[in-house]
Design a protein around this ligand. Structure first.
Ligand SMILES: NC(=O)c1ccc[n+]([C@@H]2O[C@H](COP(=O)([O-])OP(=O)(O)OC[C@H]3O[C@@H](n4cnc5c(N)ncnc54)[C@H](OP(=O)(O)O)[C@@H]3O)[C@@H](O)[C@H]2O)c1
Length: 339
Protein backbone atom coordinates (compact mmCIF):
# COMPACT_ATOMS: atom_id res chain seq x y z
CA UNK A 1 0.00 0.00 0.00
CA UNK A 2 1.53 3.32 -1.09
CA UNK A 3 1.50 5.54 1.97
CA UNK A 4 2.67 9.06 2.90
CA UNK A 5 3.18 10.89 6.19
CA UNK A 6 2.62 14.64 6.26
CA UNK A 7 4.34 16.24 9.25
CA UNK A 8 6.85 13.40 9.55
CA UNK A 9 9.42 15.40 11.54
CA UNK A 10 7.23 15.82 14.65
CA UNK A 11 6.96 13.32 17.48
CA UNK A 12 3.80 11.67 16.14
CA UNK A 13 5.20 11.70 12.58
CA UNK A 14 8.47 10.13 13.67
CA UNK A 15 6.56 7.35 15.47
CA UNK A 16 4.53 6.77 12.29
CA UNK A 17 7.72 6.54 10.26
CA UNK A 18 9.12 4.00 12.77
CA UNK A 19 6.01 1.82 12.50
CA UNK A 20 5.53 2.15 8.74
CA UNK A 21 9.17 1.38 7.87
CA UNK A 22 8.73 -2.01 9.57
CA UNK A 23 5.21 -2.67 8.30
CA UNK A 24 5.18 -5.70 5.96
CA UNK A 25 2.55 -4.27 3.58
CA UNK A 26 3.61 -0.62 3.39
CA UNK A 27 5.53 1.24 0.72
CA UNK A 28 6.36 4.60 2.31
CA UNK A 29 6.47 6.89 -0.72
CA UNK A 30 6.65 10.37 0.83
CA UNK A 31 7.44 12.04 4.16
CA UNK A 32 7.08 15.79 4.53
CA UNK A 33 8.85 18.42 6.60
CA UNK A 34 9.56 22.02 5.73
CA UNK A 35 12.69 22.31 7.88
CA UNK A 36 14.31 19.03 6.71
CA UNK A 37 13.26 19.06 3.03
CA UNK A 38 15.99 17.49 0.87
CA UNK A 39 17.53 15.42 3.69
CA UNK A 40 17.04 11.67 4.06
CA UNK A 41 15.05 10.08 6.87
CA UNK A 42 18.25 8.39 8.10
CA UNK A 43 20.10 11.72 8.25
CA UNK A 44 17.45 13.26 10.50
CA UNK A 45 16.57 10.08 12.44
CA UNK A 46 19.79 8.00 12.58
CA UNK A 47 17.97 5.32 14.58
CA UNK A 48 16.28 4.27 11.31
CA UNK A 49 19.58 3.96 9.44
CA UNK A 50 19.30 0.14 9.26
CA UNK A 51 16.25 0.50 6.98
CA UNK A 52 17.33 0.69 3.33
CA UNK A 53 14.34 2.93 2.66
CA UNK A 54 15.41 5.45 5.31
CA UNK A 55 18.73 5.91 3.50
CA UNK A 56 17.06 6.88 0.23
CA UNK A 57 13.70 8.45 1.14
CA UNK A 58 14.05 12.22 1.45
CA UNK A 59 11.85 14.65 3.35
CA UNK A 60 9.97 16.93 0.97
CA UNK A 61 7.58 19.84 1.27
CA UNK A 62 5.17 18.48 -1.33
CA UNK A 63 1.70 19.98 -1.36
CA UNK A 64 -1.43 17.83 -0.93
CA UNK A 65 -2.09 17.66 -4.69
CA UNK A 66 1.37 16.23 -5.35
CA UNK A 67 0.93 13.77 -2.47
CA UNK A 68 -2.44 12.63 -3.80
CA UNK A 69 -0.61 11.25 -6.85
CA UNK A 70 1.94 9.42 -4.70
CA UNK A 71 -0.13 7.64 -2.03
CA UNK A 72 -3.40 5.74 -1.59
CA UNK A 73 -3.57 6.49 2.14
CA UNK A 74 -2.09 9.63 3.69
CA UNK A 75 -1.40 10.15 7.39
CA UNK A 76 -1.62 13.74 8.64
CA UNK A 77 0.52 14.49 11.72
CA UNK A 78 0.05 18.27 11.62
CA UNK A 79 -1.17 20.85 14.12
CA UNK A 80 -4.97 21.24 14.29
CA UNK A 81 -6.42 23.83 11.92
CA UNK A 82 -3.72 23.10 9.36
CA UNK A 83 -4.72 19.42 9.12
CA UNK A 84 -8.20 20.33 7.84
CA UNK A 85 -6.68 22.58 5.16
CA UNK A 86 -4.51 19.68 3.94
CA UNK A 87 -7.43 17.24 4.09
CA UNK A 88 -9.76 19.11 1.73
CA UNK A 89 -7.69 18.64 -1.50
CA UNK A 90 -6.80 15.06 -0.56
CA UNK A 91 -10.48 14.28 0.00
CA UNK A 92 -11.39 15.83 -3.35
CA UNK A 93 -8.72 13.70 -5.07
CA UNK A 94 -10.32 10.57 -3.56
CA UNK A 95 -7.36 9.79 -1.29
CA UNK A 96 -8.07 8.14 2.07
CA UNK A 97 -6.86 10.22 5.02
CA UNK A 98 -5.96 9.29 8.60
CA UNK A 99 -5.73 12.52 10.58
CA UNK A 100 -3.99 12.57 13.95
CA UNK A 101 -5.08 16.11 14.84
CA UNK A 102 -8.25 17.27 16.55
CA UNK A 103 -9.76 18.67 13.36
CA UNK A 104 -12.24 15.91 12.56
CA UNK A 105 -12.89 14.38 15.98
CA UNK A 106 -15.87 16.58 16.86
CA UNK A 107 -19.23 16.32 15.18
CA UNK A 108 -20.34 19.87 16.02
CA UNK A 109 -18.34 22.82 14.56
CA UNK A 110 -19.62 25.06 17.37
CA UNK A 111 -17.98 22.82 19.98
CA UNK A 112 -14.78 22.96 17.88
CA UNK A 113 -14.88 26.75 18.00
CA UNK A 114 -15.61 26.74 21.73
CA UNK A 115 -12.66 24.48 22.59
CA UNK A 116 -10.14 25.33 19.85
CA UNK A 117 -10.84 29.06 19.63
CA UNK A 118 -11.25 29.24 15.84
CA UNK A 119 -13.93 28.52 13.27
CA UNK A 120 -13.65 25.04 11.77
CA UNK A 121 -11.72 25.26 8.46
CA UNK A 122 -13.73 22.50 6.69
CA UNK A 123 -17.09 22.00 8.46
CA UNK A 124 -18.59 20.15 5.47
CA UNK A 125 -16.19 17.27 6.04
CA UNK A 126 -17.06 16.81 9.73
CA UNK A 127 -19.98 14.53 8.94
CA UNK A 128 -17.73 12.32 6.78
CA UNK A 129 -15.16 11.51 9.45
CA UNK A 130 -15.14 8.35 11.55
CA UNK A 131 -13.72 8.56 15.10
CA UNK A 132 -10.68 6.29 14.96
CA UNK A 133 -11.14 4.19 18.08
CA UNK A 134 -11.06 0.66 16.59
CA UNK A 135 -12.45 -1.05 19.69
CA UNK A 136 -15.63 1.05 19.33
CA UNK A 137 -15.93 1.97 15.63
CA UNK A 138 -14.16 -0.94 13.89
CA UNK A 139 -16.74 -1.53 11.14
CA UNK A 140 -17.05 2.13 10.20
CA UNK A 141 -13.26 2.59 10.14
CA UNK A 142 -12.91 -0.27 7.62
CA UNK A 143 -15.02 1.64 5.09
CA UNK A 144 -14.00 5.22 5.93
CA UNK A 145 -12.32 7.70 3.60
CA UNK A 146 -11.50 10.01 6.50
CA UNK A 147 -10.52 8.76 9.97
CA UNK A 148 -10.02 11.13 12.90
CA UNK A 149 -7.71 9.47 15.39
CA UNK A 150 -8.64 10.24 19.01
CA UNK A 151 -6.40 12.30 21.25
CA UNK A 152 -4.02 10.53 23.63
CA UNK A 153 -5.89 11.43 26.85
CA UNK A 154 -9.27 10.51 25.27
CA UNK A 155 -7.94 7.05 24.30
CA UNK A 156 -6.72 6.45 27.85
CA UNK A 157 -10.05 7.59 29.32
CA UNK A 158 -12.69 6.41 26.84
CA UNK A 159 -11.60 2.78 26.60
CA UNK A 160 -12.00 2.27 30.38
CA UNK A 161 -15.18 4.34 30.63
CA UNK A 162 -17.31 3.39 27.62
CA UNK A 163 -18.26 -0.18 28.70
CA UNK A 164 -19.27 1.14 32.14
CA UNK A 165 -21.32 3.99 30.69
CA UNK A 166 -23.09 1.64 28.29
CA UNK A 167 -24.02 -0.71 31.14
CA UNK A 168 -25.35 2.27 33.16
CA UNK A 169 -23.62 1.17 36.36
CA UNK A 170 -22.04 4.50 37.31
CA UNK A 171 -23.34 7.92 38.33
CA UNK A 172 -22.80 9.96 35.14
CA UNK A 173 -22.74 13.25 37.06
CA UNK A 174 -19.73 12.27 39.14
CA UNK A 175 -16.98 11.13 36.79
CA UNK A 176 -13.61 12.42 38.01
CA UNK A 177 -10.43 11.81 36.01
CA UNK A 178 -6.82 12.62 36.81
CA UNK A 179 -4.25 11.97 34.09
CA UNK A 180 -0.46 12.20 34.02
CA UNK A 181 1.35 12.64 30.71
CA UNK A 182 4.94 12.63 29.51
CA UNK A 183 6.34 15.69 27.73
CA UNK A 184 6.22 14.36 24.13
CA UNK A 185 2.44 14.84 24.41
CA UNK A 186 3.07 18.55 23.81
CA UNK A 187 4.83 18.00 20.46
CA UNK A 188 8.37 18.79 19.37
CA UNK A 189 8.09 22.53 19.70
CA UNK A 190 10.43 24.98 21.37
CA UNK A 191 8.52 26.58 24.25
CA UNK A 192 9.85 27.56 27.64
CA UNK A 193 7.29 25.40 29.49
CA UNK A 194 8.70 22.27 27.87
CA UNK A 195 12.44 22.90 28.23
CA UNK A 196 14.35 20.23 30.15
CA UNK A 197 14.98 22.43 33.18
CA UNK A 198 11.29 23.37 33.41
CA UNK A 199 9.97 19.78 33.21
CA UNK A 200 12.66 17.63 34.78
CA UNK A 201 12.20 17.01 38.53
CA UNK A 202 8.86 18.79 38.43
CA UNK A 203 5.15 18.02 37.95
CA UNK A 204 2.27 20.35 37.28
CA UNK A 205 -1.43 20.36 36.47
CA UNK A 206 -2.50 22.34 33.41
CA UNK A 207 -5.59 22.97 31.27
CA UNK A 208 -7.82 23.12 34.40
CA UNK A 209 -10.83 22.85 34.33
CA UNK A 210 -11.55 22.80 30.57
CA UNK A 211 -8.79 21.00 28.68
CA UNK A 212 -9.48 20.75 24.93
CA UNK A 213 -9.72 16.96 24.99
CA UNK A 214 -12.82 17.19 27.19
CA UNK A 215 -14.81 18.11 24.09
CA UNK A 216 -14.27 14.75 22.35
CA UNK A 217 -14.38 12.71 25.58
CA UNK A 218 -17.75 14.19 26.55
CA UNK A 219 -19.01 13.78 22.97
CA UNK A 220 -18.24 10.05 22.95
CA UNK A 221 -19.52 9.48 26.51
CA UNK A 222 -22.76 11.28 25.64
CA UNK A 223 -23.26 9.10 22.55
CA UNK A 224 -22.72 5.95 24.65
CA UNK A 225 -25.02 7.17 27.45
CA UNK A 226 -27.62 8.59 25.09
CA UNK A 227 -27.74 11.69 27.27
CA UNK A 228 -25.35 14.63 27.83
CA UNK A 229 -22.36 13.76 30.02
CA UNK A 230 -20.07 16.34 31.64
CA UNK A 231 -17.03 15.29 33.65
CA UNK A 232 -14.13 16.60 35.71
CA UNK A 233 -10.69 16.21 34.12
CA UNK A 234 -7.33 17.32 35.51
CA UNK A 235 -4.28 16.55 33.34
CA UNK A 236 -0.73 16.82 34.68
CA UNK A 237 2.64 17.11 32.97
CA UNK A 238 5.20 14.73 34.52
CA UNK A 239 8.93 14.32 33.84
CA UNK A 240 8.73 11.38 31.44
CA UNK A 241 9.33 11.35 27.69
CA UNK A 242 6.39 9.06 26.86
CA UNK A 243 3.41 7.54 28.64
CA UNK A 244 0.03 8.41 30.14
CA UNK A 245 -1.62 7.15 33.31
CA UNK A 246 -5.31 7.95 33.79
CA UNK A 247 -7.06 7.32 37.10
CA UNK A 248 -10.84 7.44 36.92
CA UNK A 249 -12.93 7.73 40.07
CA UNK A 250 -16.58 6.69 39.78
CA UNK A 251 -19.61 6.39 42.07
CA UNK A 252 -21.23 3.01 41.59
CA UNK A 253 -24.96 3.07 40.97
CA UNK A 254 -25.27 -0.71 41.49
CA UNK A 255 -23.06 -3.62 42.51
CA UNK A 256 -22.07 -5.27 39.22
CA UNK A 257 -19.25 -7.69 38.36
CA UNK A 258 -16.74 -5.23 36.85
CA UNK A 259 -14.47 -7.99 35.54
CA UNK A 260 -17.36 -9.50 33.62
CA UNK A 261 -18.20 -6.16 31.99
CA UNK A 262 -14.61 -5.52 30.87
CA UNK A 263 -14.17 -9.10 29.70
CA UNK A 264 -17.33 -8.90 27.69
CA UNK A 265 -16.16 -5.67 26.05
CA UNK A 266 -12.50 -6.45 25.48
CA UNK A 267 -11.61 -10.15 25.87
CA UNK A 268 -11.00 -10.48 22.10
CA UNK A 269 -9.33 -7.10 21.59
CA UNK A 270 -5.69 -7.51 20.49
CA UNK A 271 -4.47 -4.29 22.12
CA UNK A 272 -6.49 -4.14 25.37
CA UNK A 273 -4.86 -5.98 28.26
CA UNK A 274 -7.12 -6.48 31.27
CA UNK A 275 -5.06 -6.57 34.46
CA UNK A 276 -8.04 -7.28 36.72
CA UNK A 277 -8.13 -6.28 40.36
CA UNK A 278 -4.78 -7.76 41.29
CA UNK A 279 -2.39 -5.70 39.15
CA UNK A 280 -2.13 -1.97 38.59
CA UNK A 281 -1.02 -0.44 35.27
CA UNK A 282 2.46 0.99 34.85
CA UNK A 283 3.67 3.09 31.91
CA UNK A 284 6.92 1.10 31.62
CA UNK A 285 4.87 -1.93 30.55
CA UNK A 286 3.29 -0.14 27.57
CA UNK A 287 5.83 2.40 26.32
CA UNK A 288 6.88 1.53 22.77
CA UNK A 289 3.80 -0.71 22.35
CA UNK A 290 0.24 -0.27 21.08
CA UNK A 291 -1.31 -1.77 24.23
CA UNK A 292 -3.60 -0.15 26.74
CA UNK A 293 -3.38 -1.81 30.17
CA UNK A 294 -6.54 -1.57 32.32
CA UNK A 295 -6.79 -2.27 36.03
CA UNK A 296 -9.57 -1.58 38.54
CA UNK A 297 -10.43 -1.74 42.24
CA UNK A 298 -13.67 -1.24 44.14
CA UNK A 299 -13.07 0.81 47.27
CA UNK A 300 -15.48 -0.85 49.72
CA UNK A 301 -15.13 2.06 52.18
CA UNK A 302 -16.36 4.72 49.74
CA UNK A 303 -18.32 2.50 47.33
CA UNK A 304 -16.29 3.98 44.50
CA UNK A 305 -14.87 2.19 41.53
CA UNK A 306 -11.35 3.25 40.59
CA UNK A 307 -10.33 2.37 37.02
CA UNK A 308 -6.75 2.95 35.89
CA UNK A 309 -5.18 2.83 32.44
CA UNK A 310 -1.69 3.13 30.98
CA UNK A 311 -0.77 3.84 27.35
CA UNK A 312 2.12 5.21 25.33
CA UNK A 313 0.81 8.61 24.15
CA UNK A 314 2.74 8.26 20.89
CA UNK A 315 1.64 4.69 20.09
CA UNK A 316 -1.85 3.64 21.31
CA UNK A 317 -2.40 7.37 22.02
CA UNK A 318 -1.59 8.44 18.43
CA UNK A 319 0.47 6.76 15.76
CA UNK A 320 0.03 3.10 16.72
CA UNK A 321 -3.72 3.59 16.83
CA UNK A 322 -3.49 5.31 13.43
CA UNK A 323 -1.67 2.26 12.00
CA UNK A 324 -4.33 0.02 13.61
CA UNK A 325 -6.96 2.05 11.69
CA UNK A 326 -4.81 1.89 8.53
CA UNK A 327 -4.75 -1.93 8.78
CA UNK A 328 -8.54 -2.02 9.10
CA UNK A 329 -9.03 0.35 6.16
CA UNK A 330 -6.65 -1.70 4.01
CA UNK A 331 -8.07 -5.12 4.89
CA UNK A 332 -4.78 -6.18 6.52
CA UNK A 333 -4.49 -8.04 9.80
CA UNK A 334 -5.34 -5.44 12.45
CA UNK A 335 -2.09 -6.13 14.30
CA UNK A 336 0.22 -5.96 11.23
CA UNK A 337 3.36 -3.99 12.05
CA UNK A 338 2.22 -3.42 15.63
CA UNK A 339 3.25 -6.51 17.62
N1 LIG B 1 2.39 14.20 20.62
C1 LIG B 1 1.40 13.43 21.01
O1 LIG B 1 1.51 12.66 21.98
C2 LIG B 1 0.09 13.46 20.26
C3 LIG B 1 -0.94 12.62 20.72
C4 LIG B 1 -2.18 12.62 20.05
C5 LIG B 1 -2.36 13.46 18.97
N2 LIG B 1 -1.36 14.28 18.56
C6 LIG B 1 -1.63 15.17 17.42
O2 LIG B 1 -0.80 14.84 16.33
C7 LIG B 1 -0.47 16.04 15.59
C8 LIG B 1 1.05 16.13 15.53
O3 LIG B 1 1.54 16.22 16.87
P1 LIG B 1 3.09 16.21 17.21
O4 LIG B 1 3.17 16.05 18.68
O5 LIG B 1 3.83 15.27 16.36
O6 LIG B 1 3.49 17.71 16.80
P2 LIG B 1 4.93 18.30 16.46
O7 LIG B 1 5.97 17.44 17.10
O8 LIG B 1 4.89 19.74 16.81
O9 LIG B 1 5.04 18.13 14.87
C9 LIG B 1 4.27 18.92 13.98
C10 LIG B 1 4.59 18.54 12.54
O10 LIG B 1 3.83 19.39 11.67
C11 LIG B 1 4.70 19.97 10.71
N3 LIG B 1 4.22 21.34 10.44
C12 LIG B 1 3.99 22.33 11.35
N4 LIG B 1 3.51 23.43 10.74
C13 LIG B 1 3.44 23.14 9.41
C14 LIG B 1 3.05 23.89 8.24
N5 LIG B 1 2.62 25.15 8.35
N6 LIG B 1 3.09 23.26 7.04
C15 LIG B 1 3.52 21.98 6.92
N7 LIG B 1 3.94 21.24 7.98
C16 LIG B 1 3.89 21.82 9.21
C17 LIG B 1 6.09 19.98 11.35
O11 LIG B 1 7.08 19.85 10.35
P3 LIG B 1 8.14 20.97 9.93
O12 LIG B 1 8.13 22.05 10.97
O13 LIG B 1 9.44 20.21 9.84
O14 LIG B 1 7.65 21.41 8.59
C18 LIG B 1 6.05 18.68 12.16
O15 LIG B 1 6.41 17.59 11.34
C19 LIG B 1 -1.09 17.22 16.37
O16 LIG B 1 -2.30 17.60 15.78
C20 LIG B 1 -1.31 16.62 17.77
O17 LIG B 1 -2.38 17.23 18.45
C21 LIG B 1 -0.14 14.29 19.17
Amino acid sequence: MKTAVIGASGYAGEELVRLLLSHPQVDLTAVTSRQFAGQTVAQIFPRFFHHQKAQTLKFSDFNPKQLAAMAEIVFLALPHGLAAEFTQPLWEAGVRVIDLSADFRLRDPHIYKEFYGQAHPAPDLLGQAVYGLPEIYRKKICAAQLVACPGCYPTSILLPLLPLVRKKIIDLRRIIVTSLSGVTGAGRKVETDYLFAECNESMRPYGVPKHRHLSEIEQELSIAANEPVVMQFTPHLVPLNRGIISTISLDLASNPDIGLIFNHAYANEPFVRLLGEERLPDTKDVVGTNFIDLGWKVDQRTNRLIVMSAIDNLTKGTSGQAVQCFNLMSGFDETAGLL
